[in-house]
Design a protein around this ligand. Structure first.
Ligand code: SF4
Length: 332
């Protein structure tokens, strides 16, 4: 686990993000609250459309605005509300104090500039480093993320590298200015399993070494199992459950979390039958009324369709948004 302490580096409250489309307003994020502690590894899990990526991208205004709009909430980082910051102020935080690693490195690497130049420019943009210092740091970073022959690699263009190498370059860029937070959005999904495992290991080691807090967004609960200190499970643009990773696995409280776990192969449960979650994700074009998971939920009852569940504290650090008490086997 990472170098944890209780200092909160990010405090997000009531975040709401919407998109105006031809068909109406898409309610992508509907009141998300969470905190991130210094040095913590936070997993954010949910299927596509759950709002997990939009939530994190909204923090740094990385969504297209318009049609996107942050309709409410706050995100406190070092005594400033990211939601209120101007694009200019955010630019100094983005890539400097908060690094972002995207799923597809080609969306953020410039294809016509060498990798070395891109990393050194990122360093110089956010620090006082001289050209020579930035170059030395770039070399150090490529070594740190496990790129063989880094001196030679600095001269490469992105297309001269494999997908795994490019992803490592992205990580190196994200680390370039020793950020306090790294947000990684499904960074390993497109890679083969061995490379995925290597990259996950790298990030974990770096986090231990540098004490950076990490938010790791994924659709795959198995990926965060060995990585995260804490997990947020998102559904319908809300956090539906939050818990320490071991607690989430051993005692899931939300039917959706249970469903996610049932659909995973479990090493600890031989012969465990994999059960996919039936049904479709919610239509985000309608203003959410009641619990968004109700049409897919085997525990749903009347109240679920009319009343949006608030949070119930199950134990310290574990909260769930559900009208059904899983431990008691009956409605709350
Ligand atoms: Fe299921 Fe109701 Fe809980 Fe929603 S609130 S997850 S529908 S039991």
């Amino acid at each position: 686990m990472g170098r944890l302490n209780n200092e909160t580096v990010l405090d997000v409250r009531g975040l709401r993000t919407q998109f105006a489309t031809q068909d109406g307003t898409v309610h992508a994020v509907n009141g998300v609250d969470f905190t991130l502690n210094a040095g913590e590894f936070l997993g954010v899990v949910g299927e596509s459309g759950s709002g997990k990526s939009v939530t994190m991208m909204s923090l740094l205004k990385l969504i297209p605005m318009p049609p996107g709009e942050i309709a409410g909430g706050s995100a406190m980082f070092d005594n400033q509300d990211l939601v209120e910051l101007t694009p200019k102020d955010l630019r100094t935080i983005r890539g400097g104090r908060i690094g972002f690693i995207f799923q597809d490195p080609m969306t953020s690497l410039n294809p016509v500039i060498t990798v070395g130049k891109q990393i050194t420019e990122a360093i110089r943009l956010h620090t006082e480093a001289s050209k020579a210092e930035a170059k030395a740091r770039a070399l150090e970073l490529l070594e740190l993320v496990g790129i063989p022959d880094p001196k030679q690699r600095l001269k490469n263009f992105p297309h001269e590298m494999s997908g795994g190498m490019r992803q490592r370059v992205m990580i190196a860029m994200a680390l370039a200015c020793s950020p306090e937070i790294i947000i990684a959005d499904e960074p390993t999904t497109a890679l083969d399993v061995t490379i995925q495992a290597q990259i996950i290991d790298q990030v974990r080691n770096l986090q231990d070494e540098l004490g950076t807090a990490v938010i790791w967004i994924t659709h795959d609960l198995a990926v965060v199992a060995g990585l995260a200190d804490r997990v947020l499970v998102m559904y319908g643009g809300r956090v539906v459950e939050e818990a320490r990773v071991d607690v989430l696995y051993s005692n899931p409280q939300h039917p959706y979390t249970k469903g996610l776990l049932n659909s995973l192969p479990r090493l600890d449960q031989q012969g465990h039958e994999l059960i996919p979650i039936e049904g479709q994700p919610p239509n985000m074009l309608t203003e959410p009324v009641g619990c968004a998971f109700a049409p897919r939920c085997e525990y749903a009852f009347d109240r679920c369709y009319s009343e949006t569940p608030g949070y119930t504290e199950i134990a310290i650090g574990q909260r769930v948004a559900c009208h059904f008490d899983m431990n008691a086997g009956q409605p709350r």
